[in-house]
Design a protein around this ligand. Structure first.
Ligand code: ZN
Length: 146
């Protein structure tokens, strides 16, 4: 299918295009107050595309999970755009952008970038990037590029 990329192992720091940020913010607002989630594609350490995956959790207000077929569809879109799979995002509609205990426990693709957008303040969403290291998430800097 498609292997997870290694965006943190690139010599350049992580960047994300303005368009990808706007796309994922749009998804988060669209499904609010439910959690939005999906996969991110790009090249090397630059994320250029966000693809929404329907939330299959029974409690969509505080959880996200993916049905296998929806997950595969998300990865398929990355492949169709000739991109590498570089990350995953989800939204926290009413809480901060810090990963929850559930987020930590359910995360398996440790080489990928992990993004959380908080809509706690809906007017000023906060997008945070994390790297999984030694059993937990460590916040990382990133740059938004054109
Ligand atoms: Zn979460």
């Amino acid at each position: 299918m498609i292997e997870p990329g290694q965006p943190f192992d690139c010599p350049q720091p992580i960047t994300i295009t303005k368009r990808a940020v706007e796309t994922l913010l749009g998804f988060a607002r669209e499904v609010y107050p439910e959690e939005a989630s999906g996969v991110l594609g790009g090249n090397g350490s630059q994320i250029t595309h966000a693809f929404l995956i329907p939330n299959g959790a029974s409690d969509k207000l505080t959880r996200f999970s993916w049905k296998p077929e929806d997950f595969l569809k998300g990865l398929q879109q990355i492949k169709e755009h000739d991109l590498e799979w570089l990350g995953v995002f989800h939204s926290h509609p009413t809480s901060s952008s810090r990963p929850s205990r559930t987020d930590i426990d359910n995360w398996h693709y440790h080489s990928l970038s992990y993004w959380i957008v908080s809509l706690e303040n809906k007017e000023e969403p906060i997008l945070s990037l994390y790297r999984f290291l030694h059993g937990s998430f460590v916040e990382q800097d990133y740059r938004v590029v054109e």
